[in-house]
Design a protein. Structure first.
Length: 177
C-alpha cells in the first residue's frame, strides 16, 4: 500500500470485482445524468454480463489497483498490455486499461493519483512509456483530463461495434524519466 495525502493505493484481488462494478455503475449513472451516454452506455455494469466478466477478469489479474479514501474505494486502475483496437507501441510500455472513479469523490484528485501510481509502476519495471486510451467526445473533455495529467494525444481511432454507433477513441502517451 502507498499513501499520499488522504488517498491510499492498494492492490486489488479476486474478491474485488463487485467494487469495480460499483465504480462503473457510479460513473455510468453520472455520465447518463449529464446526457453523455456515448462513453459507456446507460445500463448498469452490475447487470451487464460483458461488464461482469470484465470486472472478474480485472479482479483475477495482477494489474488492478484501488484508490481509497477513509477505507472506501474511490477509484480503480487496471494496467497491463494495450488493447487490440489501438495502434501498437514502438517500444515496451505499460498500458492503462481502465481508470474509473466514483464521482462522489470529484475534485479530490483520485484519477490523477491513480495515474501517478501507474507511472510509478512503469518506472519500477524500467519502462519509459505509459499509454492510455479514452472516449474522444466532441468537446474532448476526457482527452483534456489526461493531457492535464501529463499525457499527449497521439492516435485517434474508432471502434466499430455491430448494432451500435461507432465509438471514437483517443490514445494518449506519457514519457517517463
Amino acid at each position: 500500500m502507498t499513501e499520499r495525502g488522504d488517498i491510499t493505493i492498494r492492490p486489488g484481488g479476486p474478491a474485488d470485482a463487485p467494487i469495480v462494478l460499483r465504480l462503473f455503475d457510479s460513473a455510468i449513472a453520472w455520465l447518463t445524468e449529464r446526457g453523455r451516454p456515448e462513453q459507456w452506455g446507460t445500463d448498469a455494469a452490475s447487470t451487464d454480463p460483458r461488464r461482469i466478466d470484465q470486472a472478474e477478469g480485472y479482479a483475477h489479474g495482477d494489474g488492478l489497483w484501488f484508490a481509497e479514501i477513509d477505507g472506501t474505494a474511490a477509484g480503480a486502475l487496471v494496467v497491463g498490455a494495450a488493447t487490440e483496437y489501438v495502434p501498437a507501441a514502438t517500444e515496451p510500455e505499460l498500458y492503462v486499461n481502465l481508470l474509473v472513479t466514483d464521482r462522489a469523490y470529484a475534485g479530490r484528485g483520485v484519477g490523477a493519483r491513480l495515474l501517478a501510481h501507474a507511472a510509478d509502476l512503469a518506472r519500477e519495471r524500467g519502462l519509459g512509456l505509459l499509454r492510455v486510451d479514452c472516449f474522444r467526445s466532441p468537446d474532448r473533455a476526457l482527452v483534456r483530463f489526461y493531457e492535464g495529467c501529463g499525457f499527449t494525444a497521439t492516435d485517434p481511432f474508432t471502434v466499430v461495434r455491430p448494432g451500435r454507433p461507432p465509438w471514437p477513441g483517443q490514445v494518449l502517451a506519457r514519457r517517463l524519466d
